[in-house]
Write a protein that binds this ligand. Structure first.
Ligand SMILES: Cc1cc2nc3c(=O)[nH]c(=O)nc-3n(C[C@H](O)[C@H](O)[C@H](O)COP(=O)(O)OP(=O)(O)OC[C@H]3O[C@@H](n4cnc5c(N)ncnc54)[C@H](O)[C@@H]3O)c2cc1C
Length: 492
């Protein structure tokens, strides 16, 4: 059976044969309203990324419709196009790159609002795309400096923190290697004074969820290696890497109908497209919200996998200071990670002096991030600045020259920072990778392996893997189409 679609609305059904040549912005709706138009420069407002001219159009539907032009969607579409497949990429926002997003305007250097580090650079597919000398070593574990209740830790306090932190790290690795998919919090002695901050290094700051809600498999095998900052911004790097992919921007997908004949994809902008397969790369936050309606409903195991991979939240609060802060920053090595333990509250973390600048990138994660995202932006800035001034003195408060706050939880196209498996459910990532009816394929950071989940590399690899699965399916379909010419049939 072929995919059915309404014959009464033939002009609305767009295959490659009816799509206007260049994807132009002229016919597209204006910027979508969103809570980030202020704090996410460029997310909705940037001019549409460069797009190419479509080649002469065949009269068949697309082979693949890719939903989302983040790293996973771009990786999948690049691979499929290189294999000669007809691909349409539909992206809800006004730019490519998704959660890789640089702020190029507010600060004296590009600052990443989403992904900030290239993890495990030797095995990172994006390192070759960084220009020579364009990276700087970074310590993403936040533990170089420790502040306790606003003051530098004493030697005793440091020792006590390290004991809990290092013990937890070892236990996580041991249990993960043994395949014990339990709560990471179960390995933490909660009676220890520094349990909250040592736990947050692996929970709130790494998996963006509380340590009790974090699967050992998500953090115990995670292959962080040495991390690198990208001087010109990871968001800029990914946009440049993805720029040759033809993407229809500002086109949120509304529903996907699938059956054995293929898929019909409808957008909120009123367009309808058909294809043989679809690769859906939106976050599990978007999937769980029901923003994309699937008909028929997704199989129960797929829905359960989405539910088992909820989004954690990590937000950044970024400050740049003027020359009055020189004396403070002169004493801090570039890219220093600092954790602020609070006996009575949730810990926060900072990267101090990123790129050698008078800057501080603050991090709030897990439950604390969801709670603080509800505050007015100025209150969150004041809270984080208060942490810095308690540690480094009031000059910092007087010398702020630029600041911003991310709100990834309120972003309708992500609904969180990245996925974190419920303890005991880490294999949901694999389940989500299983094709639905040979028509709908999922990719994205949530569909990545234990050493990769929640990362750019994981998203890239999942996009590549989904494109291979799609190609296998297309090859299978092609064999089916040739069936009438099978010798046995001709003989009959
Ligand atoms: C604060 C933060 C810090 C991070 N730090 C790091 C880090 O240091 N290193 C690292 O490797 N990773 C980091 N990550 C994670 C990394 O950014 C993600 O894993 C990766 O970018 C996800 O790529 P993706 O393609 O899976 O998803 P996305 O980038 O979310 O791409 C999905 C795309 O789908 C679009 N979309 C949504 N809904 C629809 C719809 N209905 N129709 C069409 N399109 C839609 C979205 O707009 C988006 O462009 C961080 C993320 C955040 C938020």
């Amino acid at each position: 059976m072929r995919v059915s679609y309404s014959p009464q609305r033939p002009t609305a059904l767009l295959g490659p044969e009816t799509l206007p040549g260049p994807f132009s912005t002229a016919s597209l709706p204006g910027p979508l309203p969103g809570p980030f138009s202020g704090s996410f420069p460029g997310f909705f407002s940037r001019a549409v990324a460069p797009v190419g001219i479509l080649p002469p159009q065949p009269t068949r539907p697309y082979d693949v419709i890719v939903v989302g032009a983040g790293v996973a969607g771009l990786a999948a579409s690049k691979r499929l196009r290189a294999e000669g497949k007809r691909v349409l990429v539909l992206e809800a926002s006004a730019r490519v790159g998704g959660r890789a997003l640089s702020d190029n305007k507010r600060f004296s250097v590009p600052i990443d609002l989403g992904a900030g580090w290239l993890h495990d650079p030797k095995n990172n597919p994006f390192l070759p795309f960084v220009e020579k000398g364009g990276t700087a070593p970074a310590n993403s574990m936040f533990t170089q400096l420790l502040f306790v209740n606003g003051k530098p830790a004493t030697a005793e306090e440091r020792k006590a923190f390290d004991r809990v932190h290092d013990g937890l790290e070892k236990a996580l690795q041991r249990e993960a290697r043994a395949g014990h998919d339990v709560s990471a919090g179960a390995l933490l002695d909660k009676k220890e004074r520094f349990a909250s901050s040592a736990g947050a290094v692996f929970g709130a700051f790494e998996s963006a969820r509380e340590i009790d809600e974090t699967s050992v498999m998500d953090v115990g095998i995670f292959g962080a290696g040495d991390d690198l900052f990208v001087k010109k911004g990871i968001g800029n790097l990914i946009e440049a890497w993805g720029k040759e992919a033809r993407v229809k921007l500002r086109t949120p997908v509304d529903s996907i109908h699938y059956d054995e004949g293929g898929v019909v994809v409808r957008t909120k902008t009123g367009e309808v497209y058909q294809a043989t397969t679809a690769i859906v790369t939106t976050s599990t936050g978007v999937l769980a919200s029901g923003a994309i309606r699937f008909t028929p409903k997704l199989p129960s195991e797929t829905s359960a996998a989405i539910k088992a991979l909820p989004m954690g939240l990590m937000n950044k609060v970024i400050f740049e200071f003027d020359d009055r802060a020189n004396a403070v920053f002169a004493k801090i090595p570039d890219n220093t990670g600092a954790i602020f333990h609070d006996d009575d509250g949730a810990p926060v973390a900072f990267v101090l002096r990123p790129h050698g600048k008078n800057m501080a990138i603050g991090f709030v994660g897990g439950e604390n991030a969801w709670r603080l995202e509800k505050l007015p932006v100025k209150d969150l800035k004041a809270l984080m600045l208060g942490k810095l001034t308690s540690a480094y003195g009031p000059t910092l408060a007087a010398s702020v020259k630029a600041s911003t706050v991310t709100q990834w939880g309120k972003n309708p196209f992500t609904r969180g920072a990245y996925s974190a498996a419920d303890p005991g459910k880490a294999d949901a990532r694999q389940t989500l990778a299983d094709p639905v009816a040979g028509r709908v394929f999922f990719a994205g950071e949530a569909v990545a392996g234990p050493e990769d989940n929640g990362t750019l590399r994981g998203a890239y690899r999942s996009g590549e893997a989904a494109s291979k699965r799609v190609m296998a399916q297309l090859a299978k379909d092609a064999r089916k189409v040739r069936l009438p010419h099978h010798p046995a049939l001709i003989a009959a």
